[in-house]
Design a protein around this ligand. Structure first.
Ligand code: PAF
Length: 282
């Protein structure tokens, strides 16, 4: 695996790959890689010849500076893991490489409305940071495909919209949620779950599955389903950010005639905010 810190270096290698007719895929990450990330690389390898993974802990998408500072930087083990799944290039830029004029005056990409709801409502500015850095990464790499996990469902929808609205010539591939044995969605944040909380956090997936099953069985009383789910989570000792049923494409609150519904949830543990979702087709 070749490692590049500069956009120019990466671009010149990719230019010769593109001349050779190779199909390029980008997998953007912030590092601290787990099996879920590696599954994204493997997904990218299914349909492309060259996989570029980026590791950049993007300050622009963190609401609190201390969260950004505390985000685990595990570069050496990340590299080992990427090599083990056959990643071709790693782009690991510095802050100055990505934001040469500083964060305060950085031009930003805004995707309104879709980013104001759900996680966007409790993390103001977060998605602006994501759409900005993803736009930059797409411009640097100019891949044929880019892979994003369904776990961050809202992020996936926002990125698809960004691609459409700004005419990025890239295909977005979504990769299914990678789960622990008990069903907990893999996430870098799972490290922050305390040991006494760990057996209980599965409640998030349990209630989301329960709502999805009800919807599939014809119970479309979304409000009722959500409030029962919130009560069950609260009883397990967790605070709920949201549990909601949305139109899978618009993220509007689900309507009775929607054919594609996604049930999304976010809860707070003592030190983490966990998210999960499941989509159903009617
Ligand atoms: O999902 C993530 O890890 C980040 O939001 C992303 C897409 C790499 C942008 O920094």
């Amino acid at each position: 695996m070749q490692i590049y810190n500069s956009a120019d270096g990466l671009r010149s290698s990719l230019a010769s790959d593109k001349l050779d007719g190779k199909k390029i895929a980008l997998v953007p990450t912030m590092g601290n890689l787990h099996d879920g990330h590696l599954a994204l690389i493997e997904k990218a390898k299914e349909t492309s010849d060259v996989v570029v993974c980026s590791i950049f802990v993007n300050a622009l998408q963190f609401n609190l500076k201390e969260d950004w500072e505390q985000y685990p930087r595990t570069f050496d083990t990340d590299c080992e893991k990427l090599r083990s799944v056959g990643c071709d290039y790693l782009f690991h830029p510095t802050e100055t490489e990505m934001y040469p004029n500083g964060l305060d005056t950085q031009t930003k990409v805004v995707c309104p409305y879709l980013t104001d709801v759900l996680c966007g409502a409790s993390r103001p500015g977060h998605f602006e940071g994501v759409t900005t850095v993803v736009s930059k990464l797409l411009n640097i790499v100019q891949p044929h495909e880019a892979v994003f996990g369904v776990k961050d469902y809202q992020q996936l929808i926002v990125i698809k919209r960004l691609i459409e609205d700004l005419c990025f010539p890239v295909k977005i591939i979504s990769a299914p949620i990678h789960r622990e044995i008990d069903g907990l969605a893999m996430s870098s944040r799972n490290w922050h779950i305390e040991s006494d909380e760990r057996p209980k956090v599965i409640i998030l997936k349990e209630v989301i599955d329960w709502i999805a099953e009800n919807i599939l069985n014809g119970n479309l009383d979304f409000f009722d389903l959500e409030s029962i789910a919130i009560e069950r989570i609260n009883k397990r000792g967790f605070e709920v950010d949201y549990i909601t049923c949305c139109n899978s494409e618009t993220l509007d609150f689900a309507a009775n005639d929607d054919k594609n519904i996604t049930v999304l949830g976010a809860i707070y543990t003592k030190k983490a905010r966990l998210i999960d979702n499941v989509s159903v087709q009617l």
